[in-house]
Design a protein around this ligand. Structure first.
Ligand code: NAD
Length: 248
């Protein structure tokens, strides 16, 4: 029997790099996986062995409720929620005084509001079942305080607080809530954004000077959702090669 046999996992941002990899890993470990994304996730469904995919803007409460409702009517349960959706690819890295208010809202909402709405949508079925695992994607930039990315860093720091507060509210119902805070992951988009010199600098700043892969992040998420983390909640796990060892 595999770790997630008989379980249903929802992965948001499932059309993207880390979402796909996480979905594949959860499916390999026996979960029935549903991918939700504002971009069409059908190729990702095919590639990862997920059972279902839906297009939804997860900043819109009606669309979140519709998509989670569809998962519940198909499968009758949600055991795992991975709040992975969020804008960072293509977001301009500029001094904070040049960030427009609309861009601020888009970046913060896609990362924070989406996680809030998805957690809210699964709270009732998880509380009724008296079990569940939620993993939110933060970033180690929330510890570094990276320059020229204030909207994103602020959003990812908010995810840490949200994780702790959700863990307090849902823990008594048997639901654990944790976060994973990756360093820069070797995905095509991140490589392009950092350029070869930027990438070498990032990896050189880690204790373990191997590139961080999508698979490393998927493994950490699966650990936090799996039986080995039975009594772990409210934590933010830095998966960044030891680049910093901040106050999470
Ligand atoms: N890649 C990294 O180096 C890295 C590092 C730290 C944290 N993270 C976090 O991990 C997560 C995944 O990163 P990734 O590299 O796979 O990014 P990605 O851009 O490949 O995937 C993110 C997905 O989220 C979706 N999305 C964005 N806004 C949405 C919305 N409103 N509704 C529904 N879907 C929406 C996008 O369409 C995209 O498919 C993000 O939260 C990111 O901030 C990534």
């Amino acid at each position: 029997m595999t770790d997630f046999e008989g379980q249903v996992a929802v992965v948001t941002g499932g059309a993207g790099a880390l979402g796909r990899c996480t979905a594949r890993r959860l499916a390999e470990l026996g979960a029935t996986v549903a991918l939700l994304d504002v971009a069409d996730p059908s190729a990702a469904v095919e590639e990862t062995g997920a059972g279902f995919g839906a297009v939804a803007d997860l900043c819109d409460e009606a669309q979140v409720d519709g998509a989670i409702g569809e998962v519940l009517s198909r499968y009758g349960r949600v055991d795992v929620l991975v709040n992975n959706a969020g804008l960072h690819v293509g977001v301009d890295r500029v001094p904070f005084w040049e960030i427009g208010a609309a861009t601020w809202d888009r970046v913060v909402e896609s990362n924070v509001r989406s996680a809030f709405l998805c957690a809210k949508a699964v709270a009732s079925p998880m509380r009724d079942a008296r079990r569940g695992r939620i993993v939110n994607l933060s970033s180690d930039t929330a510890v570094f305080g990276m320059a020229n990315f204030l909207h994103y860093v602020t959003a990812k720091a908010a995810i840490v607080g949200m994780t702790r507060a959700l863990a307090r509210e849902l823990g008594p119902s048997g639901v654990a809530v944790n976060a994973v805070a990756p360093g820069a992951v070797q995905t095509p988009d991140v490589l392009a954004a950092l350029g070869p010199d930027g990438w070498d600098e990032v990896v050189g700043g880690q204790c373990l000077t191997e590139p961080i892969t999508s698979e490393d992040i998927a493994q950490a998420i699966c650990y936090l959702c799996g039986p080995g983390a039975r009594i772990v909640s409210g934590q933010t796990l830095l998966v960044n090669g030891g680049a910093n060892m901040g106050a999470f």
